[in-house]
Ligand binder design. Structure first.
Ligand SMILES: [Fe+2]
Length: 197
């Protein structure tokens, strides 16, 4: 796949579906991409990862961006958890929704096995009691409301990690897909569901 040189907080992205089918890895909601993060177009990378595309299609919902991310093995990975916490943020996938539009959520499928790394989420950025940690084991799937939940990743390991990250528009079909696959909702649920392969 084509991996642009640009990075965001040490993460490289390869774009498989994007705003306009170009290899631009930026999420929707950024300059030039002022639209809800849905109706994504396959990029040229899609031809190089047919199994990933087949899996995304099998969900049966409307997707926006589909990206593979690589967090390189560099010194920043050896950071303390407090550094990761300083990068808590929320996404803007729904920023340009019209009234009545369905809410867009993020789905993460972790590709590499990094049980020492965690997706951290908080409902309240300043309240550590709302923090939820989900280990990034191979095959774990995490569906979460990235616009409402504060989130970041702590990756202290010495090896790179890879994940598939996409946006999905909420719909009866997505609910059906979740029910079919036995997802569970953790303590700080409502905004999140997880499943293992
Ligand atoms: Fe994010």
């Amino acid at each position: 796949m084509t991996w642009p040189d640009s990075e965001s907080f040490g993460i490289h992205f390869a774009s498989i579906a994007s705003f306009d089918g170009q290899l631009d890895v930026r999420p929707f909601g950024t300059a030039g991409h002022e639209a809800p993060e849905k109706n994504g177009k396959w990029t040229e990378n899609a031809q190089r990862c047919p199994k990933i595309c087949e899996w995304v299609r099998s969900i049966g919902g409307n997707f926006g961006t589909v990206r593979v991310l690589k967090k390189s093995n560099d010194i920043r990975n050896l950071r303390p958890i407090e550094t990761a916490r300083s990068l808590y943020h929320r996404d803007t996938t729904n920023l340009y929704n019209s009234p009545g539009d369905s809410w867009i959520v993020r789905l993460l499928l972790h590709l590499s096995h990094n049980p020492e790394s965690y997706l951290l989420t908080r409902t309240n950025r300043d309240d550590s009691s709302t923090e939820c940690r989900i280990p990034l084991t191979q095959g774990v799937r995490i569906l979460f409301d990235a616009d409402q939940l504060w989130h970041t990743v702590w990756h202290p390991g010495a090896t790179p990690r890879y994940a598939l990250l996409l946006s999905l528009e909420s719909s009866p079909r997505i609910n059906e897909w979740l029910n079919q696959q036995g997802w569970s909702v953790p303590d700080h649920g409502r905004s999140m569901a997880t499943a293992n392969k």
